[in-house]
Ligand binder design. Structure first.
Ligand SMILES: *Cc1c(COP(=O)(O)O)cnc(C)c1O
Length: 431
């Protein structure tokens, strides 16, 4: 009897711990969660205005036919699938030929060569984020994460019980990292800094010089750089895309990426984590063993998708990349100009990469909008246009607009945002 009671008591104790742990993650905003809430505004409101819903909220360009992947990628998957050679399990770290192809692909832009052993295949970049954080987790550890940023970092950190310390990106300096803030924020328990370049949600592309400054600070602090390069090469402004791994000999870099954005196939769930650490500062045998073992928890992406990767990375035509870059440049310019013509909205920095841009909301010019969430909910209800409130990426009273949208839809959406803002504008002061 006593034993049973004890067991029950332990069970209750454990449940209590689970509950208190969940509380932390429950309050967290995710992009999918908040977009779902905003969409429900439209569904419930018997579509009185008969307007087609246009989403500038989630970053999934495949909703528009102008953002379609290349035939090369489709054929590579079909070939791999119909070969019947890839119906079995892949090694948990990924097929060797896939790891090698990714190593070669990344090495094209690095001053040194990666080998297949430096690369691990993941289920999209999201899974790579979780793995990077899990590998670095230890009791008391913290990581430095940008604001505005990508909410998945906070969510993963919280599940892995890593503390998050936020530093600001500076809107008046091209959304560069506030380097002084990073220096004061870091302490002896800091293990990594997150750098998203090209940036989501700001559309920034960092210069070679700025990336080298980040590497220098990481070196001084003795920490790893987690380089989220899921938008790698999607740069269309003055700065070319420079991979953080370029500075891997200054500070070790975990490079995260995927096919999702550059190849327009987020549903294929093919990503990678590469240890870009040529001088093996981080890459001690113990760390690499831990990393390898950790992959045994995951199954990885489907084997036939992995098997298609060498062909995709080696044979995709430059014409496909150029066409997408031109389209993104066109839509981002259009978005920037259109938004800046609306009095209550201001885009401080012209987007030069990725698929999103941050827009500042001036509530003083609006008569009945209380904050960014209120703006987005009313906009969805009245105009069937979905955009992401800034709070979802850490910046209240800002908005994140995704411009990877078919030009005609983007034009229509901006027109509707404009009429919405006019309708809600304060009456001009006539004295
Ligand atoms: C889209 C995105 C990801 C996730 O990429 P997947 O390959 O779809 O998992 C990660 N980081 C950033 C900054 C993103 O925008």
């Amino acid at each position: 009897m006593v034993q049973v009671n004890l067991a029950q008591k332990n069970k209750q104790q454990n449940m209590k711990e689970v509950n208190s742990f969940e509380d932390k993650t429950q309050n967290m905003i995710t992009i999918k969660g908040i977009i779902g809430l905003i969409m429900s505004q439209i569904d419930e409101d018997d579509v009185h205005n008969n307007k087609e819903v246009i989403s500038l909220g989630m970053g999934d360009p495949t909703a528009y036919s102008c953002f379609t992947t290349t035939r090369v990628a489709e054929e590579a998957v079909v070939d791999a699938l119909s070969s019947t050679k890839f119906n079995g399990y892949a090694p948990t770290q990924g097929l060797p030929q896939t790891r090698k192809a990714i190593a070669d692909y990344l090495s094209r832009d690095l001053p040194y060569k990666l080998t297949k052993d430096d690369v691990f295949v993941t289920s999209g970049c999201t899974n790579a984020i979780d793995i990077a954080l899990s590998i670095l987790a230890r009791p008391g550890a913290n990581i430095l994460v940008p604001i505005p940023g990508f909410p998945i970092y906070q969510l993963c950190a919280s599940f892995r019980q890593i503390e998050v310390k936020h530093f600001n990106l500076l809107p008046t300096k091209g959304w560069e990292v506030d380097l002084d803030a990073v220096k004061t924020l870091a302490d002896e328990n800091t293990v990594a800094i997150v750098v998203i370049n090209p940036g989501n949600p700001c559309g920034n592309v960092y210069s070679y010089h700025h990336l080298s400054q980040i590497a220098d600070i990481a070196k001084k602090l003795g920490i790893v750089v987690i380089a989220d390069e899921v938008y790698g090469h999607l740069a269309f402004g003055k700065n070319p895309f420079v991979p953080m791994g370029t500075f891997g000999s200054i500070a070790p870099v975990l490079t995260l990426g995927s096919l999702s954005k550059r190849w327009l196939v987020p549903g294929w769930r093919l990503g990678w984590l590469a240890v870009t650490d040529p001088t093996s500062i981080f890459k001690q045998p113990k760390v690499m063993e831990r990393l390898k073992k950790f992959f045994d928890i995951y199954g990885g992406p489907p084997t036939f998708i992995q098997a298609a990767v060498p062909q995709i990375l080696e044979e995709t035509d430059d014409v496909f990349f150029k066409k997408n870059i031109n389209l993104l440049k066109q839509t981002s310019d259009f978005c920037f100009d259109g938004i800046n013509k609306i009095p209550c909205l201001n885009c401080p920095q012209k987007p030069e990469g990725s698929m999103a841009v941050m827009v500042k909301l001036n509530l003083l010019l609006l008569k009945d909008i209380s904050d960014d969430i209120d703006f987005c909910f009313k906009l969805a209800k009245e105009e069937s246009v979905v955009i992401l409130p800034g709070v979802a990426v850490g910046m209240k009273d800002w908005l994140r607009i995704t411009f990877a949208v078919e030009p005609a839809f983007l034009e229509e959406a901006i027109q509707r945002i404009k009429s919405f803002c006019q309708r809600h504008a304060c009456q001009p002061d006539r004295n």
